[in-house]
Design a binder for this molecule. Structure first.
Ligand SMILES: [Fe+2]
Length: 244
């Protein structure tokens, strides 16, 4: 499996608090069957995103981990005005590796109408925004219409694995299930932050998807699509497959 959203670089945001914890997270992920992790430090009002410094840390983590898991560098990109301006000017600064895929996180407080225009501008720049965990956002989890519009515009949707297993409560779980049923999910990811509570594990959620919608969709969401994303290839839509 491939995890495209993980706060595993130590001491750079609210993710891994030490190198030891990052090493523990690697072990948990590998045990769970995750072979490739995209390290995605926050870029938001609390945390500055420094691509070069993070790349160096990730290189060190790769040496500690040996060959498995393999790492790519990405970003948990908060959709703020300042961030967007910088991404328009330097689109490659925040993407997953050298691909055109960009994780984007909406504010939980306010989503201005202009956000649709901003997403379209990112797409015009050649990027593919991957909308992270809408099921956990109180402004989005019941707004399937707006999300559907963004998908039609060219965005992808990532939900958090432990939303399906109940960690984020009933509302998020119900929303995640309904997004799955509507074929509006392209990827499952861990959004792991540590080795105890928000851990890098995909298998529990993967098994639930397999149980509800079949093996094919489960594989699409944790293997095929995230692998396509880290390789810069095209992602398949789940809409035709989710009806089973
Ligand atoms: Fe995150």
């Amino acid at each position: 499996m491939v995890d495209i959203h993980c706060h595993i670089i130590p001491e750079v945001d609210d993710g891994a608090r030490s190198w030891d914890m990052a090493a523990e997270m690697c072990e948990i992920a590998v045990q769970d069957g995750i072979q490739h992790i995209v390290a995605t430090p926050h870029a938001d009002s609390h945390y500055t995103y420094n691509r070069e410094a993070f790349a160096e840390r990730l290189e060190r983590l790769q040496q500690m981990a040996g060959g498995t898991p393999r790492f790519s560098l990405g970003c948990d990109f908060h959709l703020s005005h300042e961030n967007l301006e910088d991404a328009f000017a330097h689109p490659q600064r925040y993407t997953i590796g050298n691909t055109a895929y960009l994780l984007v996180e909406f504010s939980h407080d306010f989503i201005p109408q202009q956000m649709t225009g901003a997403l379209l501008q990112l797409i015009e720049k050649g990027l593919t925004p991957v909308i992270t965990h809408p099921e956990r956002n109180p402004l989005l989890h019941n707004d399937l219409r707006r999300l559907r519009q963004w998908i039609d515009d060219g965005c992808l949707v990532q939900i958090t694995a432990n939303s399906l297993t109940g960690y984020w409560g009933e509302q998020a779980r119900r929303s995640a299930r309904s997004l799955l049923e509507q074929g509006m999910v392209h990827v499952l990811a861990t959004d792991a932050h540590d080795s105890r509570r928000r851990v890098p594990m995909l298998s529990g959620a993967r098994d639930l998807v397999a149980q509800w919608h079949g093996e094919e969709l489960a594989r699409l969401l944790v293997e095929h699509n995230p692998r396509a994303i880290v390789s810069g290839e095209k992602v398949l839509t789940s809409s035709a497959r989710a009806s089973s």
